[in-house]
Structures are given as C-alpha cells and as structure tokens.
Design a binder for this molecule. Sequence first.
Ligand code: PFF
Length: 450
Amino acid sequence: MSTDRATFGSKLGVILATVGCAVGLGSIWRFPYMVGENGGAAFLLVFIICTVLLGLPIMITEFFIGRHSRSNAAGSFKKLAPHTKWPLIGYNGVLAAFLILGFYAVVSGWTLEYVWQAMSGNLSGKSAADFTTDFQAFSSSVFRPILWTAVFIGITHYIIAAGVEKGIERASKIMMPALFLILLVLCIRSVTLPGVKEGLTFLFRPDFGKITSSVILSAMGQTFFSLSIGMGCLITYASYFGKDTNLQTTAVQVTVLNTLVALLAGIMVFPAVFSFGIEPTAGPELVFITLPNIFEQLPFGSAWSFIFFILLALAALTSTISLHEVATAYVHEEYQVPRKFAAWVVSIGVFIIGVFASLSFGVLKDFTIGGLTIFNALDFLTAKIMMPLGGMMICVFVGLRIDKKILKEELTNHGTIPFYFFHTYAFFIKYLAPLAIGLIFINELGIIAY
Ligand code: PFF
C-alpha cells in the first residue's frame, strides 16, 4: 500500500505541501467575505484568538497523530486505538473533505473564468457596477460555472490519479512566493485608494458590541477551514513527514504564513470595497467583484489580473489536491479498490455535489436547507460543525488515550529538540480546547433555539 502513497522529498517540500494545503481560497476568498459578513475587526480579533488558542495546538496534535501512526485519517485512529469507536473521527474528516471539495471546486472554477476573462481582455474599461452585474450573471448561469467546476475537478483528478504531486510541489516553490508578492503589490495599491481609512478601520478597529455567538462560531469555523484542521488532512500529510521534521516549528510556520496571507487579503480587499462602494456583506462574491476594480486601477490591469487569478487557481489547486487525497486514500485503502478507481469515485461524487452547489447561485437559489442555500449549507455544515467537532474529538482522543510521555517523545523528536510549553500545550488540548469548542457550540445552539 505504501508504494503509491506520496512522500515528501525535502524539508522545504514538507512545509510547502502543508502550506499549500492550508493556504488557498480560505484565506483569500473566504476570509474577507467572512470579515465583511461578521462586522469587520470584531471577527478578526476572535479569529486571531481562535488561531492561537485552538488552531496551533490542534495542528500540532494532528501532526503528532499522523507521524506517530504513519497512516491515513481513519487508519491512524485504528492503529492508535484498535477495536474502538475512535476511528469515527477519521470518517467524519473524510466526509468533510468530500463535501468541502464539492463547493470549493465551484469557487476554484470561478478563478478559471477570471483567468479566461483576463486573457480575452474583457475585464478592462468597466465600472464597479458592471463587475458586480457581470459576476452575478456568470455565477447564476447554468453551464459556464459548471463547466469550469468540471475542468477544475478534472485537473485535480489527473494529478491525484497520475501521482504527479512532485511537479506541483516543485511549481509551488515558485508560485507560492509569487502569490505572496502579488498580494503585497495589490495591498499597496489598495491602501493608496480613497477608501483606505474606512477600509482599515473596518478591518482593524473592533467594535466589541459586535462579538455575538454567531460571530464567534463563524470565526472559529474560519480558523478550522483556513488551517485545514479538524478533518484529518494534516494527519494524512504528517504521516509522510520525516523523522527529523520539527513538528512544532512546522505548525508555527504554517499558522503564521496562513494568517499573514489572510491579513494581506483583508488589507487588499477592504480599502477597495469602500472606495468602489461595494457592500462588505456581499458574501461569496465579495473578492470576485472587488479585485477587478483594483486591477483596473493598475497599469496593464489585465496582465495583473491574469497573473493573480492563475496564482489563486494554483493556491486553490494545492488545497483541492489535499482534499481529494484524503477521500481517495480512504476509498482506496478501506475498500481495497485500485487507487485510480477510488479517484474516479471521488471525482464523480464531488462533481455531482459541485453541480448542486453551483446551481444554488442561480436556478436553485430558492431551494434552502434551514434557510441556507445548498452552497451555504455545505459551507456551514463543514466549517462550522464537522471541522470543529473533529478538532474537539482529536483533542479528547489524545488527551484521554495517549500517554503524555509518548506525546512528548514524538513532539520533541525523542528529546532532541525542546518543547518549552509542553505542559501548557497538554493542558490546552486536554481541557481548554474541548471545553471552548463545546461552549461555542452550546452557545450557538442556545441562540438557534431562541
Ligand atoms: N485550508 C484550505 C483553504 O484555506 O483554502 C481549505 C481546506 C483544504 C480545508 C484542505 C480543509 C482541507 F483539508
């Protein structure tokens, strides 16, 4: 079985692949729209608190499980706790990966439409209102978004089935820093726009009155989604880490980079939102209607938008690969079917979900589940329920089942590197994290009942 599992060639490869899994549409597309929908800086503050107190410790814990057990999201629990119900945590993760990929592929498809539009010169010479109506016309249409969704799933499928992750790893060595650079350029352009004061105030000056239970749940969900935690993806990746990979510093690096990218995305989007009179609460379309306006303000605007959307598509691709891998590895290993067949099962299933998610911006707009469109319901279910629940159970599992000595051995590479705050960390995952996540759930349920 191990022959067709991916391996990471170099230290940099490990970090890049894990950063690639974490950094994606979550930071650049989802983060700004969540900030916009949840009252700005108040959301950012809770997001950062969740990242430090929950995100980082849970990531370290997933790294522990993955490298210690050296198997996939479900298999790792079977190995560490045979003949128990703990592997249910892994199944929850696999199902989450499958559902996320369904709606994530739709947004990934949108990035391809913008690459296409930039190439054909259609993005220049338009007003802010035009960008909004054009996007709405596109996203609510039937065929085009579904076509791009199919193309994106097809590319992901090809990479997974042909096992060419190495090429992607190599490409992301250039693409990731390039994406970072272009985000910086766009931030600079954005903060020289007239709406800068309003935009940065919205993003950075918290109005504590806006911290409601639903804002807290959304911020926690964003932390999980954006760091790819709580669903076994990082367990799977860590199972490929080398003996000498420093799990603690890798987790810190991934968390810091991911948060930095999200902050840059926020700084890029909000001054522009206020300059061009766009509603911060526009939802999933926010980034797609804001960015073309910034490109319009740059010399060679179409070229910039072309490069940006290619890089964004690549950032999305490194995440869709990781999501697909979680589901494919599971089907392949658990049902003992050939890997290629498993990949087809996943791709076809995901495409079907993608079709419904895409149509929920148009013809299925009025079909709602608990007041949410199919797209939003998938997002809600995975980011706000399945991932935090998975994260909570991962902490409970390690807290209850794993001997602290073994935990420390693995996290210090058998005593060769220090772990200064080990006891604080162990306390966090055993008590604080499960309690905090539990309380956030209960609090939100109370509100729903109310
Ligand atoms: N963290 C990714 C992003 O922010 O775009 C999304 C994601 C990838 C979530 C992989 C979960 C996952 F397993």
